[in-house]
Design a protein around this ligand. Structure first.
Ligand SMILES: [Fe+2]
Length: 182
């Protein structure tokens, strides 16, 4: 049972990935890919040209320019501490590896010792608008975890989750649940 609406933390996009997942898999498996440190993650940058072949990202980029995108990886049996992002107000994420156990959690502090949490259960080939300013954490279990993630040109002082969410709903990029008429 959630303690707050999940859509305050994340929302799946209505349009699935077409080309990006294959491109990312090539990057993951290529010995030529470069992996460096980026904001505490081991990361490999993606080419903007290939990124914009993905229709939904091209549409987003026209309205909210994307600065860069990359694949972030975590080794097995690693967790990433509770945090809000330093510079990013909002992101778009997609989990590239489903054949392993990892948990992405959004939390709300109860008191000094306790945090309530909910999980973003990534579905295959599905982009998520991700509120990087809501405390979140990741626990990765048995295998390497690979995550696609982007950074907008505008930093958190200029662009937040609510702004992008509002625009995406207007564009029907996020499905709003049908209102009940019963
Ligand atoms: Fe984060």
């Amino acid at each position: 049972m959630s303690h707050w609406p999940a859509e305050q933390c994340y929302q799946p996009l209505a349009i699935k990935s077409t080309s990006l997942v294959n491109y990312c898999e090539n990057v993951i498996h290529s010995s030529k890919s470069l992996w460096g440190q980026h904001m505490g993650w081991k990361a490999s940058p993606l080419s903007m040209m290939n990124l914009l072949k993905e229709p939904v990202l091209a549409q987003v980029h026209e309205r909210f320019p994307i600065e860069r995108a990359g694949i972030l990886t975590m080794p097995p049996h690693r967790s990433y501490l509770w945090h809000t992002d330093d510079t990013r107000g909002v992101s778009i994420n997609l989990l590239l590896t489903g054949e392993h156990t990892s948990h992405c959690l959004f939390g709300q502090r109860v008191d000094n010792d306790n945090i309530d949490f909910m999980e973003l259960k990534y579905q295959p080939n599905t982009f998520y608008l991700f509120n990087t300013q809501w405390p979140h954490s990741v626990y990765n279990f048995d295998k390497h975890r690979f995550l696609f993630s982007i950074e907008f040109v505008q930093p958190k002082s200029e662009l937040n989750y609510q702004q992008v969410s509002k625009w995406m709903k207007e564009q029907l990029l996020i499905q709003t649940p049908p209102t009940s008429t019963a």
